[in-house]
Write a protein of this length. Structure first.
Length: 270
């Protein structure tokens, strides 16, 4: 687990993590078993508690726990989250300001939006922005650099977009608060595909992101991938997976709206 994520979880609940450890040391060429001549030692302080047992000439074993406390206080964490970096640049996006019931261009910079607990006329941080489906092409075509999941995108070791989805019009949509976390150059890339919404958010996004539902509807693509994985693990002779990475590179073909109002299919890059 990433330490940053663990600390956030601990701070949010006023918790302390407990890590258990168990070590055994012996010489496999000489030990014939544990005898009765053992020396035990028990240590306990504010962070560690363990029991060490040593058998001279044979080996030793230790078992105990370690308390893991957050590296910063809740006030330090709050200050870090609210501290603005004036040197950073942020792009603006045409977004659906559903708080003020208007579609307009809104900056994703900190301070330009507000959370649900702040009394303000500013749009919510979860204000959605919509994009043409071609915005995903770059991530599909370079799996060695980008990881494109069904609901998230990441650039290895650099950045991640926590969530996105596709609405009924084939538009990719995400929220300003997550676009804010992207590097400025990546924000400009997304801005190039930005457009006004042609349909509401997907039902899945509304259910998972706002209603707290676990989305369990049938997913045809995931079903096909699961069957392919079963065939690979079964080792059938009549079908062979050319590469172990292919299953993670399969995505739905996306559709965009044609000028006539009809839809046309996009060819899948996988």
């Amino acid at each position: 687990m990433q330490r940053r994520v663990l600390d956030e979880y601990l701070l949010a609940g006023g918790r302390v993590a407990v890590r258990a450890f168990d070590f055994t040391r012996f010489d496999s060429n000489s030990i014939e078993g544990w005898g009765d001549e053992r020396v035990e030692k028990h240590e306990e302080d504010a962070e560690f508690s363990y029991r060490l047992t040593v058998e001279p000439g044979s080996g030793s074993y230790m078992r105990g726990i370690q308390l893991i406390r957050p590296l910063e206080t809740i006030s330090q964490y709050h200050d870090r989250l609210t501290r603005r970096d004036d040197s950073r640049e942020y792009a603006s996006f045409v977004a659906q300001d559903w708080k003020n019931r208007v579609i307009r261009e809104i900056s994703c910079a900190p301070g330009a939006t507000a959370n649900y607990f702040t009394k303000s006329d500013s749009p919510y941080e979860t204000t959605p922005a919509f994009f043409r489906p071609e915005v995903l092409t770059k991530y599909k075509s370079d799996p060695s650099k980008y990881t494109l999941e069904e609901r998230s995108i990441s650039c290895r070791g650099a950045w991640s977009l926590r969530t996105y989805d596709i609405n009924e019009a084939g538009q990719v949509h995400t929220y300003l608060v997550y676009l804010r976390d992207l590097p400025y150059a990546e924000q400009l890339y997304w801005k190039a595909f930005n457009e006004e919404p042609k349909a509401p958010l997907s039902k899945r996004a509304i259910g998972t992101d706002f209603e707290g539902q676990f989305w369990a509807e049938y997913n045809p693509l995931q079903s096909v991938i699961a069957h392919a994985r079963d065939l690979r693990e079964a080792g059938v002779l009549w079908w062979t997976l050319r590469s172990q990475d292919l299953l993670s590179q399969v995505h739905y073909p996306r559709r965009k709206q044609a000028k006539s109002g009809r839809t046309k299919s996009w060819r899948s890059t996988s």
